[in-house]
Design a protein around this ligand. Structure first.
Ligand code: RET
Length: 278
């Protein structure tokens, strides 16, 4: 049982949550178009990252649409407030979505940072393993958020251990591979680390929200937190990786990236500038 089912909502609180869900899946739809349209801007080697962003967009779009429908079905207007209806609301859909998106988002990082071969396989296995364990242990814990008995804290703590493993690994993947990137992409790669760190921290914040803010304000704050986290950790993160992939592609001589950036057509002859000047 999630805490959302414990309350009666005034019109404003109920509709804010409803609108925030809509923003969430609309952002995923917009991201989907962006990633499909721009994937050919980078070298085929990095296009898989855009394809994976598209996968993340579709899975999150579906999940957020389902959760938003669930919100509508779980409460009904009784003339004064929104009260509990036949079905229960559940945040569990989010956890199921993360079990797709967490491994996929981390795989994108490996691709764009140029990790290949055995190093790729090793990091991927650690990311996928720790990612799934983090999500599923948290999933068990969230069932106890109303009573907040021992399992809520214990499973939350176990999940946090896997989260820390992921953070250390992400830090290493980003900073250990900076020298591989052209200079004009290094600052952006460091921003990816900060964006991931801050946006992923919002998820445990949302897990703890019933402890931090009790009542309907806590529910509104939690769904806003989730939506901000979703848009930054999936859409903005994907856009940043796409920009890095494009810069790396251009530096590696991928002349189709943005023709006006890398080549000047003079009298039908394409003159390619030296890598590093673009
Ligand atoms: C849980 C349980 C409480 C402890 C921790 C958690 C971490 C969740 C994270 C989720 C990230 C999700 C992403 C989804 C993108 O699609 C499971 C809430 C630490 C970090 C990035």
């Amino acid at each position: 049982m999630n805490i959302e089912n414990e309350y009666v909502y005034d019109f404003v609180s109920y509709t804010i949550v409803s609108h925030v869900f809509t923003l969430g899946y609309a952002a995923m739809a917009a991201g989907l178009v962006f990633f499909l349209v721009t994937s050919s801007n980078s070298h085929p080697r990095y296009r898989l990252s855009s394809a994976l962003s598209a996968v993340v967009m579709v899975s999150a779009l579906l999940e957020l649409y389902v959760i938003s429908q669930r919100w509508t079905q779980a409460f009904r207007w009784d003339g004064e407030a929104f009260v509990q209806a036949e079905t229960a609301f559940s945040n569990g859909y989010r956890y199921m979505n993360w079990s797709i998106d967490v491994p996929v988002l981390l795989t994108q990082l490996l691709i764009v940072m140029g990790v290949t071969g055995a190093a790729f396989r090793r990091a991927w296995a650690l990311f996928a393993g720790a990612g799934l364990l983090m999500v599923y242990t948290g999933y068990v814990g969230q069932y106890y958020e109303v009573e907040r008995t021992a399992p809520f804290w214990v499973w939350g703590a176990v999940s946090t251990v896997f989260f820390l493993v992921i953070l250390v690994l992400v830090y290493r993947v980003v900073h250990g591979n900076l020298p591989r990137l052209p200079e004009n992409a290094r600052g952006l790669a460091k921003s990816v680390w900060w964006l991931l760190f801050v946006s992923w921290m919002l998820y445990p914040g949302a897990y703890l929200m019933p402890v931090l803010i009790d009542g309907t304000d806590g529910v509104v704050a939690r769904q806003i937190t989730y939506t901000v986290a979703d848009i930054t950790s999936k859409v903005i993160y994907g856009v940043l990786l796409a920009v890095i992939a494009r810069k790396v592609s251009i530096a590696e001589g991928f002349t189709d990236a943005v023709p006006s950036d890398v080549a000047r057509v003079r009298g039908g002859i394409t003159e390619v500038q030296a890598p590093g000047r673009v």
